[in-house]
Design a protein around this ligand. Structure first.
Ligand code: GLC
Length: 457
């Protein structure tokens, strides 16, 4: 591999991540494939030209006697400074509302279980919480959360300003239960001091990974989320969809058992079992991925866009300036990214629904989303923010129309109140196939049978 050393000096300060292709089918996609360029030093600067509008509501929200209301806001541990800055900005504009942050584990499944325990007990401790896009249907059906339509109407929030997929993720039974905080889609990070361009196909990725292992003191060529948890499902769906498979069809029938799924899982297993991924890839979640990558241990990594803000932060990263972002490679059918993202919900038993709504509105409104995008590297759900100068300046990924297309074409997971059960089935079978305990054929067959049975119950 040819090395491009110019980046080391020229970009020592202004780290450049490049970006993400989308579901491009062309093979000359390496140029196209380079979608973004995140200029992350900017990511830690601005966030505070907050508009003052919120103050009006602030007064309405405060108790009549002017007493301070304290809300508990829970969310998963964040490797970026975004959440804290978000709360600082909110409190500054809402002097009568104080926020207690509750840190939950980063693993979305562990967070989910914590909320289910607390919310099913009708505990009022948590007022507002971040919800993975896979939860709203379940939480709405279980009556854990407040319906938000009356607030949305009262404040004239135009839901058409958000990407439709992110609004749908928070909608169940025709009502809105969650507001979209940020969106997500899997992307490929690669070292520009080792590779000239990102691999265009998964087969090419395997080749490049084998050839480049050990360069620039790396130990590995590829990192993914291989632990048995939700992240494994999101990685697997990318392989399955890239080779033309689907988990459920448009009518929500389980159709996971197919030659395409088997092919996708075969390629995934080949990578999972390769010498160029860590031996303990079966314990890798997102934080392990970003740690190893910023330590300079790997040539490439699959992760979500948030990692751009860490990778390019010179204080935390040994590879700042040497990383670009591209679309995930293509399989036989297309290039596919799984749709992720986080929403914000209000506990049905919150004792401060009005104030809770103020927080939700702030975090999912323009000002809050800009903080999350600029400081946290996570993609806005408000479409017009991709045209915003500050957002574009903070991340070339967000300035790249191909990335916006990737987000819009990203593959959703099944929308179902029993999603956790479906996910558990996938987690178990995919893990077994990755470990080589069962074949991809058996995994596909088991998933088909068990998921169908779960849906019928
Ligand atoms: C990211 C995604 C989320 C997904 C999770 C899996 O946080 O936004 O949707 O479930 O990763 O680890």
């Amino acid at each position: 591999m040819k090395k491009s050393l110019y980046l080391l000096s020229a970009l020592a300060l202004t780290a450049t991540l490049a970006a993400c292709g989308d579901n491009v089918e062309e093979n000359d996609a390496n140029a196209d494939n380079e979608m973004n360029n995140v200029n992350n030093n900017d990511m830690n600067e601005e966030n505070n030209d907050l508009d003052e509008e919120e103050d009006n509501h602030n007064e309405e929200a405060a108790d009549d006697d002017g007493e301070t209301v304290t809300l508990t806001y829970a969310r998963g541990a964040d490797d970026t400074p975004a959440n804290e800055l978000l709360i600082e900005a909110f409190e500054e504009e809402h002097p009568h509302i104080e926020i207690d942050m509750m840190d939950l584990p980063n693993d979305t499944g562990d967070q989910h279980d914590h909320y289910v325990t607390s919310l099913s007990a009708q505990d009022s401790e948590i007022d507002v919480f971040d919800a993975d896009v896979i939860w709203p249907a379940e939480f709405a059906q279980a009556d854990y959360v407040m319906e938000l339509d009356r607030f949305i109407e009262q404040d004239d929030i135009d839901m058409d300003e958000y990407f439709p997929g992110t609004v749908e993720a928070g909608n169940f039974d025709g009502r809105q239960w969650a507001m979209p905080k940020f969106s997500d889609a899997g992307v490929l990070y690669y070292r520009t001091d080792i590779l000239d361009e990102a691999p265009a196909t998964w087969e090419e990725l395997i080749e490049v990974a084998e050839e480049s292992q050990g360069e620039a003191d790396t130990s590995y060529s590829y990192l993914m989320q291989g632990d048995q948890y939700e992240g494994l499902v999101t990685n697997a769906i990318e392989f399955i969809a890239a080779y033309g498979g689907e988990v459920v069809d448009d009518e929500n029938n389980v159709v996971i058992e197919s030659d395409e799924t088997i092919r996708g899982l075969e390629v995934m297993a080949e990578i999972y079992q390769a010498d160029f991924v860590p031996n303990n890839i079966n314990s890798f979640q997102e934080p392990e991925t970003d740690n190893a990558f910023v330590e300079g241990e790997s040539v490439m990594a699959r992760n979500w866009p948030y990692m751009q803000s860490i990778v390019n932060d010179e204080e935390q990263s040994q590879v700042a300036g040497d990383v670009e972002i591209a679309a995930l490679p293509e399989g036989d059918e297309t290039a596919a990214a799984t749709l992720g993202g986080w929403q914000t919900m209000i506990n049905r038993y919150s004792e401060h629904p009005e104030e809770a709504w103020e927080l939700v509105k702030f975090m999912t409104g323009e000002e809050g989303q800009k903080i999350t995008a600029i400081e946290g590297g996570s993609p806005p759900t408000l479409e017009h923010l991709y045209e915003d100068d500050e957002v574009q300046e903070a991340s070339e990924l967000f300035a790249d129309p191909e990335f916006v297309e990737t987000l819009q074409n990203a593959v959703p997971r099944p929308v179902s109140p029993i999603y956790p059960e479906l996910s558990d089935i996938m987690q178990i079978e995919i893990s077994r196939a990755m470990a080589g305990d069962i074949s991809p054929e058996e995994a596909a067959q088991n998933m088909q049978e068990d998921m169908e049975a779960a849906m019928e119950d």
